[in-house]
Design a protein around this ligand. Structure first.
Ligand code: BEZ
Ligand code: FE
Length: 286
């Protein structure tokens, strides 16, 4: 639509300016965004002060970002948007292991460790053996799978959050499966922790009466030739935050058993990861 901008015609007039020379996908995304954004302002009767507050909030969100901190991704996470995009882009056969949010605390280049080695280097926390297999949809072992793992320490912090306090690569490592697809390593039983709350996203959570906690989990990034990348966690069964994760990352299938073994001196968590062949992910049309 061309012509003068009015309250009624606002979205159509703005979208009418998009030229036919625009990249079709950019045009599609922006047309839809304008439509929904204008509808939001109309539906809520957005005031001038509220608009100014929103601009100030987004400005503060940008200013909080640095090489180590991505406040916009955190905003996307707490709005459930990261998990929605992840779900849309990782539709898998029912038996395959589900994805969940990647999070900001992965560090590339962790040491490759021998099976059975420990990743906990600070001597804190309750020891826990993680074990299981990486298998395909038919239950056959996947050889050569790289299992990159990371967790918080017993105080609820990742090593990147405390570079001066924790040993380098504390609670991190990469394990590569052999012909049996099996893995095992020792870490700690992870603890629940709050996502960073000292920025605009934390303020927003407080204004909404929401808590910032994530249920305890171990992160896994699993890659293997011929299979889709799996970005997931296993969650500690019984954690009080399983049904109120601040970033909506919990899927029931990812809640793992944690049992005491060896006369109560050690925990054990068994979990098998089922990879999807690269060709078998379900497209949006499916
Ligand atoms: C995490 O699990 O490490 C995480 C995920 C999303 C936001 C913050 C932390
Ligand atoms: Fe985490």
């Amino acid at each position: 639509m061309s012509g003068y901008f009015t309250e009624d015609s606002s979205a159509a007039v703005v979208n009418g300016r998009t030229a036919g020379t625009a990249n079709p996908r950019v045009a599609e995304l922006m047309t839809s965004l304008v439509k929904h954004l204008h509808a939001f302002a109309k539906e809520t009767g957005l005031t001038q002060e509220e608009w100014e507050q929103a601009i100030a909030f987004l400005t503060a969100t940008g200013q909080k970002c640095s090489g180590e901190r991505q406040e916009f991704i955190l905003l996307s996470d707490v709005l459930g948007f990261s998990m929605l995009v992840d779900a849309i882009n990782n539709r898998r056969p029912e038996s395959a292991t589900e994805n969940t949010v990647f999070g900001p605390f992965h560090v590339a280049g962790a040491p490759v460790r021998e099976m059975g080695e420990t990743i906990s280097l600070d001597g804190k926390g309750e020891s826990c053996r993680f074990e299981g297999r990486v298998i395909d949809l038919d239950g056959k072992p996947v050889e050569g799978a790289r299992i990159d793992v990371w967790s918080d320490n017993a105080d609820g912090f990742y090593s990147v959050q405390q570079p001066d306090e924790q040993p380098k690569w504390n609670n991190r490592g990469i394990f590569v499966t052999g012909p049996d697809g099996a893995y095992n390593f020792t870490g700690i039983k992870p603890v629940s922790y709050p996502i960073p709350e000292d920025g605009p996203v934390g303020d927003m959570l407080k204004a909404l009466g929401r808590h910032a906690w994530r249920p305890a989990h171990m992160h896994f990034l699993i890659t293997a030739p011929g299979f889709e990348k799996l970005v997931t966690h296993t969650f500690v069964e019984g954690d009080p935050y399983l049904t109120s994760d601040a970033v909506f990352g919990v899927k029931e299938s990812l809640v793992a058993p944690f049992e005491r073994i060896d006369g109560d001196t050690l925990w054990r968590s068994r979990y098998d990861f089922i990879l999807t062949p690269a060709s078998q992910s379900l497209t949006i049309a499916d």
